[in-house]
Write a protein that binds this ligand. Structure first.
Ligand SMILES: NC(=O)c1ccc[n+]([C@@H]2O[C@H](COP(=O)([O-])OP(=O)(O)OC[C@H]3O[C@@H](n4cnc5c(N)ncnc54)[C@H](O)[C@@H]3O)[C@@H](O)[C@H]2O)c1
Length: 258
C-alpha cells in the first residue's frame, strides 16, 4: 500500500523531497532498495527504527500503512507531538486500550482514511438525522480469508468491534463504517467467502431519518499485496493531499479556476 500512496501523491504533482520510513526494529532495511520499491530517489529516503526517531524528524504528515501493531506503537507518540497522522489500519481502534491511549492525546491531528470503502461522508451526515441500523457485508474470494478454502461460507457474523479484533488484516472497513455510523458495538457485520467474487466487495446499507442508503464498492487488488484493495492506498493518498493542499476537500485542484 505504501508504494501506491507515494506514487499517487507524486502523480498529483507533489514533490516529496524527504520521506522517512519507519521499519520494524527487527528487520534490516536497505534505504536504496526501499527507495526503488517506493519510486523515490535514494537520497530522499531516511530509515527510522521507532516512533521516537520519526518524531525527532518532525515530519509534516505521517501515513500509517502497516498494521494494527504499528498504530498501537507509533500513533500515540506522534499525536502527543502534534504530528498529523493518517491511519489505514483502522481496526486498531476497536481495541479499547488502544483507543484510550490515543484519546489521552489531542486527537485533532488524527485522520481516519476511508480505505477500501466509499460513502462514509453520507453515512456520517445521515447519523445527524438519527441512524436506525447499519450493516456492513464484506465479500472476498475464499483464498483471501485466513485459512483459505474454496467454497461459499459465512466466515463471521457479529459486531464491528468483534470483526475488527478477530480479523485485523481483513476487517478494517468494519471499524471505519462503525466510526462513521453507529459505533463499534451497534454496527452489524457479515464477512463472506464468496467464490463468485473476483475481487474484494464491500456493501454498506443503512437506514436513517433522512435517507436509506446502500453503497457497494468492488476494489481491484493492490499490486503490492493482492489481498488489499487498491482503493485503500489511494484513500490514504487523498487524506495526505487534502492536508497538503488547502481548498475544498474532495475537489480536484486541476478543476479549480487558477
Ligand atoms: N482501511 C482499509 O480499508 C484498509 C484496506 C486495506 C488494508 N488496510 C490495512 O492497511 C495496512 C497496510 O496494508 P498492506 O496491504 O500494505 O499490508 P502489507 O502487509 O502488504 O504491508 C505492510 C508493511 O508494513 C510493515 N509493518 C507491519 N507492522 C509494522 C510495524 N509495527 N512497524 C513497521 N513496519 C510494519 C510490514 O512489514 C509490511 O512491510 C494493514 O494493516 C491492512 O490491514 C486497511
Amino acid at each position: 500500500m505504501a508504494a501506491t500512496v507515494i506514487r499517487a501523491i507524486q502523480t498529483a504533482g507533489i514533490t516529496l523531497s524527504s520521506v522517512a520510513i519507519l521499519t520494524r526494529p527487527d528487520r534490516a532495511a536497505d534505504p536504496a532498495q526501499i527507495a526503488v520499491r517506493l519510486g523515490l530517489r535514494p537520497e530522499c529516503v531516511r530509515i527510522v527504527g521507532d516512533a521516537a526517531g520519526l518524531v525527532a524528524l518532525a515530519p509534516r504528515i505521517v501515513a500509517e500503512c502497516a498494521s494494527q501493531d504499528a498504530v498501537r506503537a507509533a500513533v500515540p507518540p506522534l499525536l502527543a507531538a502534534g504530528i498529523e497522522t493518517v491511519i489505514a489500519s483502522v481496526g486498531a481502534l476497536a481495541d479499547a486500550d488502544t483507543l484510550r491511549a490515543l484519546c489521552a492525546r489531542d486527537t485533532s491531528a488524527l485522520r481516519i482514511a476511508t480505505g477500501a470503502v466509499g460513502g462514509m461522508d453520507a453515512l456520517a451526515a445521515a447519523r445527524l438525522s438519527g441512524l436506525a441500523e447499519v450493516t456492513y457485508v464484506g465479500r472476498k474470494p475464499p483464498a483471501s480469508w485466513p485459512g483459505g478454502g474454496t467454497g461459499h461460507a459465512v466466515i463471521f457474523e457479529g459486531t464491528a468491534r468483534e470483526a475488527a479484533l478477530k480479523f485485523p488484516k481483513n476487517a478494517n472497513v468494519a471499524a471505519t463504517v462503525a466510526f462513521a455510523g453507529l459505533g463499534l458495538d451497534a454496527t452489524e457485520v457479515r464477512l463472506v467467502a464468496d467464490p463468485g467474487c473476483m475481487h474484494n466487495v464491500h456493501e454498506i446499507s443503512f437506514s436513517a431519518g433522512c435517507a436509506k442508503g446502500f453503497f457497494r464498492m468492488e476494489g481491484l487488488p493492490s499490486p503490492d499485496n493482492p489481498r488489499t484493495s487498491l482503493t485503500a492506498g489511494f484513500s490514504v493518498a487523498r487524506c495526505v493531499l487534502d492536508s497538503l493542499r488547502p481548498g475544498p476537500h474532495f475537489s480536484s485542484p486541476d478543476l479549480m479556476p487558477a
